[in-house]
Design a protein around this ligand. Structure first.
Ligand code: ADP
Length: 396
């Protein structure tokens, strides 16, 4: 068919992967960092070799132009015509954009109206889309929303017990995030288990810097731990996860800070970082914990406890999981974290096999033969999911 670019634009960054579709073969990947600052860094991988260039890149449009120049100059493609579509990761589609879609003027306007729901991410996502539309005006741009997979949640799962008018008038509800990852992992796990996606029940633990748990019943998301924003749910690298909202007002008074400042602390200085006082990175905490650092141990245990709470509750909610699946940076790489979580679920009869579990970044069954629920590690691949959806919409 052709080549599809999967894009994830942040406020000062742009991650890209070029894939040959429908084969899903990775052609090249890379990242532009520090866009808009001095000494921006452009990195591209060609045949396993990393090429890095440092220069000032004023904005996303300049970054995209540079990317296309590199693709041609490095002989990765001969002509821009080889690119048949661009798929963009978009934080949220709100209540109206419930599936991936081609982004025309109407859809741009809808996303612009949703900026309140994702004030940090959505403007960056929009900037990325605009830059690619400008550079490749005749190519289809597709939005792939991190919320879309969770649109199948029933009302009882997505409604908060707050005045109903807040939902009806102001769209306050649980949206969930990491949907592209949870969807990829659902389809891949079904394949591994030799089941049809519509027949599979899973609890998926996407544990990265951001982290969320998803309850999948008959291949569809029926509940997830992130909410109206990615702040809800389990503690993460720097996010608190669930807390009593009354803490916000209390700490505003104690610290003489605005509501915005307190929410910012809950997003950026909490979780692993806040509890440990050390780092937001699980690798640092595991090393410190081994050396007996009390607060690093606490940070790890608080998170593991909360994850186990969600997994047990979702297992019941979906009428029994066929498998618990670990994915993303921590889920794929940290055997001790997987073991910590699964050992807390022993009363359910789920058991991890320490030998099988001693693995990193590979697809593997890690539970014992007599475990009541299978446990898998399945590396996620959001870019492939973005490229698949882009191809689907091109073909439509
Ligand atoms: P995000 O995409 O949300 O930024 P990732 O999925 O990349 O996050 O996960 C980052 C987390 O995974 C960090 O806490 C990091 O310490 C942890 N991690 C553990 N081992 C690895 C590894 N080998 N490579 C990358 N991240 C790892």
């Amino acid at each position: 068919m052709g080549k599809i670019m999967a894009v994830n634009a942040g406020s000062s960054s742009l991650k890209f992967q070029l894939l040959e579709m429908p084969e899903e073969k990775l052609i090249t990947s890379g990242l532009v960092e520090r866009i808009g600052l001095k000494a921006s860094v452009f990195t591209i991988k060609v045949n396993g070799e990393k090429i890095v260039e440092v220069k000032d890149i004023e904005n996303h449009s300049v970054a995209v132009k540079m990317l296309f120049e590199k693709l041609i100059n490095l002989n990765i493609i001969q002509s821009l015509d080889e690119i048949i579509g661009v798929g963009h990761r978009v934080l949220t589609g709100g209540r109206s954009l419930t599936d991936s879609c081609v982004i025309g003027d109407k859809e741009m306007a809808i996303i612009e109206n949703l900026v309140d729901l994702g004030p940090l991410h959505l403007p960056a996502n929009l900037t990325g889309i605009k830059a690619f539309k400008e550079a490749l005006p005749n190519v289809i741009n597709v939005g792939v929303f991190d919320t879309a997979f969770h649109q199948t949640m029933p009302e009882e799962a997505f409604l908060y017990a707050i005045p109903y008018d807040w939902y009806e008038t102001y769209n306050v509800r649980k949206y969930g995030f990491h949907g592209t990852s949870h969807k990829y992992v659902t389809l891949r796990t079904a394949q591994i288990m030799g089941k049809k996606p519509e027949n599979i029940n899973l609890v998926i633990c996407h544990l990265g810097n951001g982290a969320s748990i998803c309850a999948v019943k008959n291949g569809k998301s029926v509940d997830t731990s992130m909410g109206f924003t990615p702040l809800e749910g389990i503690p993460m690298g720097t996010r608190s996860g669930n807390i009593d909202p009354a803490v916000v007002e209390y700490m505003m008074g104690k610290k003489n800070k605005s509501c915005k400042e307190i929410i910012n602390i809950l997003n950026k200085q909490s979780g692993y970082l806040g509890l440990s006082g050390l780092s937001s990175d699980s690798r640092d905490l595991l090393v410190a914990a081994k050396n007996g650092h009390k607060r690093a141990i606490l940070a790890i245990e608080v998170q593991a406890k909360r994850i186990a709470d969600y997994v047990a509750s979702y297992h019941c909610y979906i009428g029994g999981a066929d498998a618990i699946v670990f994915t993303a940076g921590i889920g794929e790489n940290e055997a001790t974290t997987r073991e910590n979580i699964i050992s807390r679920l022993a009363p359910l009869g789920v058991k991890i096999d320490p030998k099988l579990n001693a693995c990193r970044g590979i697809e593997r069954l890690v539970s014992t033969d007599d475990s009541t629920i299978k446990v898998y590690v399945v590396p996620t691949n959001e870019e492939v999911m973005i490229a698949r959806d882009t191809l689907r919409l091109i073909q439509q």
